[in-house]
Design a protein around this ligand. Structure first.
Ligand SMILES: Cc1cc2nc3c(=O)[nH]c(=O)nc-3n(C[C@H](O)[C@H](O)[C@H](O)COP(=O)(O)OP(=O)(O)OC[C@H]3O[C@@H](n4cnc5c(N)ncnc54)[C@H](O)[C@@H]3O)c2cc1C
Length: 538
């Protein structure tokens, strides 16, 4: 009864399942929605409204294309300030991130360093130095990656045990079938099954997976591992090269990007957390986005938030809880991160700007970055400024700042001796529980597609199932563009965004992949005909 009064007051029909939310907060009246323009039921003249929730790579990617198509776009950000998540840790930009590099060219900004060398350390010390691969003669994949990486400790025999893994990389063609096949096992099991030596696993592959997928290999999906290996490391020699933002991504990319979007009419609403959605009973479409006491009318909505925040939204939304695809998201997981920025009283020579590390404790891997090399503001500092990021940092989060600094300094000193004598002048510790996606075995079947049970509600983010084949920030950005394309399709206005496809595999890999596919098809047909024969044999 109470609900119907609200509906009448607003002069239109709201999806009844939303009402408990309104009951909790009687001031959530649709009538006090901020912009009072058209909805999917009764549209005023003027551009159609798209509300985008979240202002990371996915949300801004969607806003970018939809503003270019003349839609009335509002981006809602739950935090105080935009671009917040990208201040948490240092993000790398692989050469494979073609869509992001094309975007920064379009914006006319130069946010990234030149390509940098990187290194990998294990408990025993410097394990590998990775050169700038595009500067070296190109060899057929994956030979260049293996040949030019300088291994300091791992014997050749152990390195050679990596080669059989190529069979899995070839078999994994990023299709739904491939994801289902490999998602049921762990990266650890994958390496074991394909004959990688224990030492290769412990000192190289395990840590590489941990800093790539942010969790220990025994807790990562083999499908996600193969997707990452294929996209960044093994498909093309050049694609493993990395550049770094020359400061906070917020300042170097997001602020100029948002300025360009504002100039096209995009509205940004900060400190507005999405709390629920209101649906039109007749069409099944979202008609309004609820942020506490404020609502926004929408012809289409894109949700571009991280898993952990989406889970909170779902738990509090009776409407979303009524749909299987949203309920399954509650089975997904996220990972804790801890960052330590240190100012030291002397210059320590760090051989590579970015470093992947493991050892000392098997439960987490981490990275450290020479900020004097990477970030503009520290380039002329007389002291060393570095940042270390710890992934899967569950057991580190409760530690006191001082304990973390002692731990980090002792780790660094084992890798590079001069750290022993350096005193800490200043420190900044950041704790970010549940801040990144956990691609654990079995997670694929619970991940959402970009389209949902609601015709005008679309999803974007690095955890969405898509077939583009990219990863991390590039994937988020691409899923934002894909969600924008779905809006264009749904509202039947504008044209589709051009998304640069992932580069095709090199011809020899493609030939092997085609042969493998034919073989798999043949096997499937044979087993089908055998099963068809079986009843007649009874
Ligand atoms: C520590 C760390 C290191 C990483 N390193 C790399 C790397 O080296 N290279 C790489 O490519 N990727 C890296 N990543 C992954 C990369 O950062 C993510 O893939 C990418 O940023 C995800 O972008 P997104 O837009 O999907 O989500 P997000 O960036 O999480 O954006 C979601 C936005 O939604 C907002 N929001 C949340 N809840 C609400 C709500 N209720 N209402 C409104 N807004 C809300 C959030 O505040 C946020 O702004 C790293 C991630 C982390 C955490």
């Amino acid at each position: 009864m109470y609900g119907s009064r609200i509906m009448l007051a607003c002069g239109r029909i709201a999806f009844p399942l939303c009402l408990p939310n309104a009951r909790r907060n009687p001031r959530v009246l649709r009538c006090e929605a901020e912009p009072q323009h058209g909805s999917s039921n009764a549209r005023d003249s003027g551009p159609k409204k798209v509300v985008i929730v979240g202002s990371g790579w996915a949300g801004l990617g969607a806003a970018h294309h939809l503003c270019n198509q003349g839609f009335d776009v509002t981006v809602i950000e739950g935090d105080k300030g935009f671009g917040y998540p990208d201040t948490t840790a240092i993000r790398g930009y692989y050469r494979a991130f073609q869509n992001i590099f094309s975007l920064v060219d379009e914006l006319g900004i130069k946010p990234f360093t030149n390509w940098t060398k990187s290194a990998q350390y294990s408990e025993g010390g410097l394990e590998i130095e990775f050169p700038i691969f595009q500067d070296l003669p190109q060899l057929p994949a994956p030979l260049g990656t293996l040949y030019y990486s300088q291994f300091f400790r791992l014997p050749l025999l152990d390195r050679l045990t990596l080669l059989p893994l190529m069979a899995a990389v070839i078999d994994f063609d990023n299709t739904d079938t491939a994801w289902r096949k490999y998602d049921s096992i762990t990266a650890r099991d994958l390496f074991k099954q394909f004959g990688c030596s224990e030492r290769l696993y412990q000192d190289v592959l395990g840590p590489l997976v941990h800093v790539g997928l942010f969790a220990p290999a025994e807790q990562c999906s083999a499908a996600a591992t193969l997707g990452l290996l294929n996209y960044i490391i093994l498909a093309h020699q050049k694609d493993f090269d990395m550049a770094w933002p020359r400061g906070a991504v917020k300042e170097k990319v997001f602020e100029p990007w948002m300025d360009s979007l504002r100039a096209k009419g995009c509205k940004f609403e900060e400190d507005r957390r999405l709390t629920d959605l209101i649906f039109n009973e007749e069409t099944g479409c979202v008609s309004e986005v609820v942020c506490g006491r404020v609502t926004y009318k929408a012809d289409a909505v894109i949700m571009a938030v991280a898993i952990s925040t989406l889970q909170e939204i779902i738990k509090n939304s009776p409407t979303l809880c009524s749909r299987e695809d949203f309920l399954k998201v509650l089975n997904l997981g996220s990972i804790d991160v801890l960052t330590v920025k240190l100012w030291l009283d002397q210059k320590v020579k760090i051989p590579a700007a970015s470093n992947a590390c493991s050892g000392f404790d098997n439960s987490f891997a981490w990275t450290f970055f020479d900020l004097n090399v990477i970030q503009d503001e520290h380039q002329s500092d007389s002291m060393t400024v570095l940042q270390a990021d710890f992934y899967y940092a569950n057991e580190l989060l409760p530690l006191k700042d001082e304990q973390m600094v002692v731990k980090l300094k002792s780790y660094l000193s084992k890798y590079i001796k001069e750290f022993e004598n350096a005193g800490v002048v200043d420190k900044e510790i950041g704790r970010y529980p549940k801040s990144m996606t956990h691609f654990f075995p079995g997670s694929y079947k619970n991940a959402m597609r970009a389209s949902t049970a609601f015709p005008n509600l679309f999803m974007a983010g690095d955890w969405i199932v898509n077939r583009h084949g990219s990863w991390a920030q590039e994937k988020s950005y691409v899923t934002g563009l894909e969600a924008a394309n779905r809006v264009v399709d749904h509202l039947e206005e504008g044209s589709f965004a051009r998304i640069l496809p992932v580069k095709e595999a090199e011809p020899h890999i493609q030939t092997l992949r085609d042969a493998n596919k034919s073989l798999n098809d043949l096997r499937a047909q044979l087993s089908l005909s055998i099963t068809q024969l079986l009843p007649s044999m009874d």
